[in-house]
Write a protein that binds this ligand. Structure first.
Ligand SMILES: [Zn+2]
Length: 143
């Protein structure tokens, strides 16, 4: 299943999304907001290019993102913000663990998301999407 060599390009800035932990698409997949059937046909974006979601990541080595205007968390209900921060940060931390876990793509999402999907009718005929870039983030060239 070789896809194109250059991996996935960010829909916002046009640069390559090189690792899974900078992928907005995969974070939303881990959070259960993108389902496995549409993962491989969805547009990719950098987390930093989607501040509306990234602003809820509260992690030491993640540069805080700020959304502007209507979607800024400064203007949102503090209770909602706290819930979103807990949820999105948990997803982000899982996203960062994934390359070291060697899990199949179907086991990327958070446990409660998998439980929901595995409900009474398991989508066993789903086509397995190709992991991002089709290569290990650990093997990225230089830096
Ligand atoms: Zn981008």
């Amino acid at each position: 299943m070789a896809l194109c060599e250059e991996g996935y390009l960010c829909d916002v800035c046009g640069l390559e999304v090189e690792t899974i932990d900078e992928s907005d698409l995969y974070l939303r997949y881990v959070l259960g907001e993108v389902d496995p059937e549409t993962l491989h046909v969805s547009r990719e974006r950098h987390l930093r290019c989607n501040p509306g979601l990234a602003q809820f990541i509260v992690a030491e080595d993640f540069a805080a993102a700020e959304a502007e205007g209507f979607f800024s968390k400064a203007g949102l209900d503090p209770e909602f913000v706290a819930e979103e921060e807990a949820r999105v940060t948990r997803g982000y931390l899982r996203l960062r663990e994934l390359p070291g876990l060697g899990l199949p793509l179907t086991e990327y999402p958070l446990p409660e998301v998998r439980a929901r999907w595995q409900g009474p009718v398991a989508p066993s005929t789903a086509v397995e999407p190709t992991p991002i870039g089709g290569r290990s983030p650990l093997s990225r060239p230089g830096l």
